[in-house]
Design a binder for this molecule. Structure first.
Ligand SMILES: Nc1nc2c(ncn2[C@@H]2O[C@H](COP(=O)(O)OP(=O)(O)OP(=O)(O)O)[C@@H](O)[C@H]2O)c(=O)[nH]1
Length: 334
């Protein structure tokens, strides 16, 4: 199969009050956006966000009363399966994309993992990207105090700064530095009252086997990484982003073993692995996608870029144990 026919799925996350619903409401009004099914997850008995999102209500599904990242993961899987079945029976408009808005306290990784863990779902839905909103006025304090907020930034494929209209420029500059420390290479976008072009947020992941290797660079966001420095990219003791870059092709057995160990580790603290791998004796590159130790099968791409045939992998870990374990594993790959 040369193109990925699965329905792309985006996760919209961000701390409490950071502007997720405001952004979503604006997105749903954008005429250029193809039909999108929206799943809204909220804490509490009374769902308010649903009232706030102005959209064709039949396309908006709520999962109230608990958080998708903990108690309601099974429910997310059955909701997605239900969406797929209703679309197949013609009971829903033929939506081209799914968006899940998480609660403000959600950890995105378990939500992503729900997709990878369910082969039937993964056959129909492909993770596109994590979109994280960060409130420019309160973001610094929130990042300092709330581990969920740091995880939301670390896992972001697109980060949207909100409320820059009411934030001090100095505070915004500090916040940008803090974000770069947690997630090097991630270029924050800005949306005042949700005003942003939908194209900036979607079509993030490399899913198409015909994608060229140079398209990998923006997806990985490697530019900001300081490769090789032992203490680089550290945020407190908790979240660490690491990049591996290799000029020479990797021995296929060594990589197989490395990949098997990454998968076996299965730790919730191996938050994200993504990248492109050049294996010795193989002409084409392979894509690596993983969340919390659950991996998609290695997917071959049909092209290398003419100039760049390096292996490039990004790892995001949380906590000392996962970090030290990864260091040891990477050393063994030398
Ligand atoms: N000034 C300003 N206010 C904003 C902006 N974006 C959102 N807001 C306001 O911030 C408040 C919270 O926004 P929401 O979109 O409800 O935030 P949320 O992340 O969905 O909130 P929860 O569902 O509680 O987690 C609302 O009063 C919005 O009107 C912005 O760019 N500028």
């Amino acid at each position: 199969m040369s193109t990925d026919e699965r329905t792309p799925l985006s996760v919209l996350t961000g701390f409490l009050g950071s502007g997720k619903t405001t952004l979503l409401s604006r997105l749903l009004q954008a005429p250029s956006l193809p039909p999108m099914a929206v799943i809204i997850n909220e804490f509490g008995e009374v769902s308010i966000d649903h009232e706030l999102v102005e959209a064709g209500s039949e396309d908006v599904i709520e999962l109230p009363g608990g958080c998708l990242c903990c108690t309601r993961r099974g429910e997310l899987a059955s909701t997605l399966a239900g969406l797929r079945a209703r679309r197949a029976r013609g009971e829903l408009p033929p939506f081209a994309r799914v968006l899940i808005e998480t609660t403000g306290l959600a950890e995105p990784a378990p939500i992503l993992r729900t997709l990878l863990d369910d082969a039937a779902l993964a056959a129909d839905f492909a993770l596109d990207g994590v979109i994280t909103t960060v409130d420019a006025r309160h973001g610094l304090a929130t990042l300092a105090a709330q581990p969920e907020s740091r995880a939301q930034v670390a896992l972001a494929d697109r980060l949207v700064l909100t409320k820059t209209d009411v934030a001090e420029p100095d505070a915004v500059a500090l916040l940008r530095r803090q974000i770069a420390e947690i997630h090097p290479g991630l270029e924050p976008l800005v949306a005042v009252h949700g005003d942003i072009a939908p194209q900036a947020l979607f079509g993030v992941a490399i899913r198409d086997a015909t994608a060229r290797s140079e398209q990998i660079e923006p997806w990985l966001g490697l530019r900001g990484f300081r490769l090789g420095a032992p203490d680089a990219n550290r945020h407190g003791a908790d979240i660490r982003a690491r990049a591996l870059q290799r000029e020479t092709p990797l021995d296929i057995d060594a990589f197989r073993c490395f990949f098997a160990m990454l998968s076996d580790f299965g730790s919730a603290d191996l938050l994200r692995v993504k990248g492109i791998v050049h294996l010795a004796g193989r002409d084409l590159p392979f894509l690596v996608h993983g969340v919390q130790g659950a991996f998609e099968p290695l997917q071959p791409l049909q092209h290398w870029s003419a100039q760049d045939r390096r292996t490039r992998l990004v790892f995001i870990t949380r906590g000392r144990l996962a970090e030290e374990w990864l260091d040891a594993l990477l050393t063994a790959l030398e």
